[in-house]
Design a protein around this ligand. Structure first.
Ligand SMILES: [Zn+2]
Length: 416
């Protein structure tokens, strides 16, 4: 099983928008660009919402059937570890093996030696076509990388081998993710990480490093776009080189755990992908949930009431809502409107404040980030929330499709 050149991670918290999401990819196909969907959901999301990987599989199958989607599609066991993988195995065909927590753990001496012996082959200056600054590999660097990443690499191998033992070789797509870590990985570190993963015979098809800059939840990139792009392009050059040099799968590509909505990066990324003729996996998640709230707000009546209630509860319980996501949020409390004022807003004003349209003067990134993490409130509402999704399905679906197609797919995959 080899994942295609372009793929889009489309998390869907409540499992109602699969068809609306897939429609956006069908539109892209009509435009001549083939992108395959990957429905990603982590253990954390499943447990906060009360859903299971079986539900994610059912949703994907139904959406594919409903739209007559003929291309591949994937269900991603997102950010799994050895303790959480079991629930996903039967229902998923894409596994994001998250080993970020093992970075920096000190490996045993014997393990270090076998890695450093291999890496020593690359000592001196290595010539990687296309990168901005050639790597100067020294013993010190090799040792430092071994001490920082070897335990994580070994853990990835442990989970990968476990998956192979159950699903069989080549019956699933393997991603290794390092992004949930405070330190970005440099292209040089990526070079050694790929060397380590290939030495473990992991057939890795996508890799998610932590990139430079801030990838806050559901708002634009915060950081220097040029620095990001230089790093991104160097990473691509490293991957091209590593595929040949380390005999990794030829479709190996970068995976960007975007936290959704990194609009200022999309066109520059598109240009780099075209320049090097390579693929990418872009993972989004909360952006669809926010479109649900936007659709509800626009719907009027009970829909608008639900949207306002979600904001009020998120505001009143802000510490609790923010807590699992503190490293990927920048909310200025003073910029949040008082829920009592929000109760007097029109649904349209609520939608304009939440929708990620940077040109709209009503748009408020603090409001948006808070609602992003407030999905737990909707889970607690139970039927009241899901009945709202059913009652206002049309207006929500329109927002979900339009958001993915116009704001994500168009700039990133079509360069428009
Ligand atoms: Zn991630």
């Amino acid at each position: 099983m080899l994942i295609e050149k372009y793929s889009l991670g489309i998390g869907d918290r409540y499992g109602h928008q699969g068809t609306a999401q897939l429609k956006a990819l069908a539109c892209a196909k009509e435009d001549g660009v083939s992108i395959v969907p990957v429905w990603n959901k982590s253990k954390r999301e499943h447990s906060l919402i009360g859903s299971s990987p079986k539900d994610a599989r059912r949703e994907a199958d139904n959406a594919v059937k409903e739209l007559g989607w003929k291309d591949s599609y994937y269900i991603d066991a997102d950010h799994i570890g050895i303790k959480t993988v079991d629930d996903f195995i039967q229902y998923c065909n894409f596994f994001t093996i998250d080993v970020a927590d093992f970075i920096g753990e000190y490996p045993a001496e014997g393990i270090i030696k076998s890695f450093t012996d291999k890496a020593a082959h690359y000592k001196g200056e290595i010539k990687i076509p296309g990168i901005a600054k050639q790597f100067e590999i020294t013993d010190n660097k090799i040792n430092a990388v071994a001490k920082k990443y070897l335990v994580a690499i070994k853990e990835a191998a442990r989970i990968y081998n476990y998956l192979v033992s159950i699903k069989g070789l080549d019956n699933f797509v393997t991603e290794v993710s390092l992004d949930e870590n405070e330190q970005p990985q440099s292209p040089e570190e990526l070079f050694f990480i790929l060397l380590g993963l290939s030495a473990e015979n992991i057939k890795i098809q996508t890799i998610a490093p932590k990139f430079t800059g801030r990838f806050n939840k559901s708002i634009d990139y915060v950081g220097n776009v040029n620095d990001f792009i230089r790093e991104f392009e160097d990473d691509i050059c490293v991957i091209k080189y590593a595929v040949k040099e380390f005999s990794l799968p030829s479709n190996l590509k970068l995976s960007i755990h975007s936290g959704s909505d990194k609009f200022s990066l999309y066109k520059p990324i598109h240009n780099i992908l075209m320049k090097h003729d390579v693929g990418v996996h872009l993972k989004t998640a909360g952006t669809t949930w926010l479109e649900e709230v936007i659709g509800l707000a626009e719907a009027g009546g009970e829909g608008t009431k639900i949207a306002k209630y979600i904001y009020e509860q998120s505001f009143n319980r802000i510490d609790e809502m923010m807590n699992p996501y503190l490293t990927v949020l920048d909310i200025d409390f003073d910029k949040l409107p008082d829920p009592l004022d929000v109760y007097n807003w029109s649904g349209e004003k609520f939608a304009n404040t939440l929708r990620h349209d940077q040109m709209n003067p009503a748009f408020n990134i603090h409001f948006r980030q808070l609602v992003h993490v407030g999905f737990k409130v909707a889970a607690e509402m139970g039927d009241r929330y899901t009945n709202g999704l059913i009652k206002y399905a049309d207006i929500i679906a329109k927002n979900v499709t339009e958001n993915l197609y116009s704001r994500h797919i168009k700039p990133l995959f079509l360069g428009k």
